[in-house]
Design a protein around this ligand. Structure first.
Ligand code: FE2
Ligand code: FE2
Length: 414
């Protein structure tokens, strides 16, 4: 990210605090402004564009909570952070859950920690800008962006360069029954072509490879974290969503296999991108529950696709939301790209074949009944994609049967 020139406004009624912050920020490439009251800050914001506001909570006249609520109302694209000694106070917690503030830094702060939080907030702001002001507002209304699941980063830590600490990885994975069972199923599935039974996590890791293992852990953890607490009224069916993702991953991998039989890395990429392609639906359902449920209902009734209705009701579709989260977690660009363009593959700038495979596999998933958006109308595949993946009637039949077998083994019955 280009951090230089990022604009930050610090607000605190104590002059000594502002002076320490000023000294601390001196060698950073950011343009920092320091004001002593919320009123002064609001006047400053009327005339100046700012990326990030860091505010004290307890201040005379207008306090930090009122101030950040006002910033959220007037300038929803600005990222808001509290710097406070009262992190546990009820009203501060409320400010977090209601989204007035997106992060809290405790006072007294640790210099490096404060800089890291600011750096990460600026990275978020930079990414949001690329998507335009409407999207910025939408993302900034999310109280806290979910962090990269811990289970994923722990497994990632077992891989240093080309070296993999397989014993440590086995130990981590074996603690989770659902992930262990999913790995064993996949390792024994026809997709990964094993002739011998894979009955241990260690063998499964060897058969699948660390990238596939990581993606399965990521999707399982994301499903749990984001969909775990969703009410039934959210219009989100987790089982259907999982089946749709698995079917898309399977077919996307098969499509690439039919073109590049010996390129295992490309097949893995297609599988991973297919598995994660609709991650944005979970994001939409968990953070914009009512609007997403309304979008699902409207899509069921009308002739538009879910993503088109999402654009209308939310201001962004699940492809944008999912790719934003993938970027935020710094997942590899081919994943972000496939998530972003799986409905409009023509715009996918890199890994065109993977994006196209995910696009076609997604449409086929819907056609074969593994859809999750309640649409009844046909999902047509453009002629150019039918040709490039040699999708004859016979080939489609094979894809449908093989996908059905794999999904059955993974307990996904529609
Ligand atoms: Fe989608
Ligand atoms: Fe999809």
């Amino acid at each position: 990210m280009n951090e230089a020139g990022a604009k930050i406004l610090f607000v605190d009624d104590e002059k000594s605090i502002l002076s320490s912050l000023q000294r601390l920020m001196f060698d950073e490439p950011w343009e920092c402004q320091f004001v002593q009251s919320a009123k002064e800050a609001l006047t400053f914001l009327e005339k100046n564009a700012i990326d990030l506001v860091v505010s004290d909570v307890v201040m005379p006249e207008m306090d930090g909570i009122e101030f950040l609520a006002e910033v959220q109302r007037r300038y929803p694209s600005i990222i808001r952070i509290f710097l406070t000694g009262f992190a546990r106070r009820e009203n501060v917690t409320r400010a977090l859950t209601e989204g007035y503030s997106q992060q809290i830094i405790p006072k007294p702060w640790l210099d490096q920690e404060l800089k890291d939080v600011i750096r990460s907030a600026l990275r978020q702001s930079d990414q949001q800008k690329k998507h335009g002001p409407k999207f910025q507002e939408l993302i900034n209304s999310i109280p806290l962006l979910p962090p990269l699941p811990k289970s994923y980063s722990q497994v990632q830590d077992c891989i240093i360069g080309e070296e993999v600490d397989i014993e440590k990885m086995v130990d981590l994975i074996s603690r989770d029954v659902a992930i262990t069972s999913a790995l064993l199923h996949w390792a024994n599935s026809a997709l990964f072509g094993q002739r011998f039974r894979v009955d241990t996590v260690k063998k499964a890791i060897v058969v699948l490879g660390t990238n596939i293992v990581k993606s399965l852990i990521l999707s399982e953890s994301v499903n749990r974290t984001l969909a775990g607490n969703l009410p039934t009224s959210a219009g989100f069916d987790l089982l259907k969503f999982k089946c749709h993702s698995i079917a898309t991953a399977t077919m996307s991998c098969m499509l690439i296999k039919s073109l590049h039989g010996s390129d295992a890395e490309l097949q893995d990429r297609a599988f991973i991108a297919g598995l994660l392609h609709d991650m944005g639906k979970l994001t939409a359902a968990s953070f914009f529950t009512e609007k997403f449920a309304a979008a699902v209902e409207k899509a069921k009734e009308g002739s538009c696709s879910l993503y088109e209705v999402e654009k209308e009701l939310l201001g962004a579709d699940h492809a944008e939301l999912g790719s934003f989260l993938a970027e935020w977690w710094t997942l590899p660009p081919y994943i972000t790209n496939a998530i972003r363009w799986h409905h409009e593959p023509i715009f996918g700038a890199i890994d065109q074949e993977v994006v196209s495979a995910v696009h076609v596999a997604n449409l086929l998933s819907h056609q074969f009944g593994y859809g999750d958006d309640g649409k009844k109308t046909a999902y047509e595949i453009a002629e150019e994609y039918r040709e490039s993946f040699y999708l004859t009637d016979e080939r489609l039949e094979i894809l449908q049967v093989e996908t059905g077998t794999i999904l059955k083994a993974l307990c996904c019955r529609q």
